[in-house]
Write a protein of this length. Structure first.
Length: 100
């Protein structure tokens, strides 16, 4: 099992485009052994300390293996909707890990 945490920074005013992309991409993960474990939208008051700006959303997902994750990235439906993500996300940070 492999885990990914993604910090997603959405361009203000482009939230609808981002949500449209997510409605296509998130269900597609299951075809490749992926699961959405958490999808959080942290409020500014939840931040106690740090140098980074608050992300719009935080996703925690798991895949059975890295091959499934890579195949998900090439999914046809996801690829066709990628323009929505590119138009709405200013940046994202992907963190890869394994559970102990």
């Amino acid at each position: 099992m492999i885990y990914f945490t993604q910090l997603i920074y959405v361009i203000p005013g482009k939230e609808a485009d981002f949500h449209a992309f997510e409605q296509i991409a998130l269900p597609a993960m299951a075809r490749y052994g992926g699961r959405l474990l958490m999808r959080l939208r942290p409020e500014r008051a939840a931040f106690i300390e740090g140098e980074s700006e608050a992300p719009y959303e935080v996703h925690l997902v798991s895949f059975d293996d890295e091959e499934g994750f890579l195949a998900f990235g090439k999914d046809k439906d996801r690829q066709q909707a990628l323009h929505l993500k590119e138009a709405s996300v200013s940046r994202s940070v992907l963190i890869k890990g394994h559970a102990r």
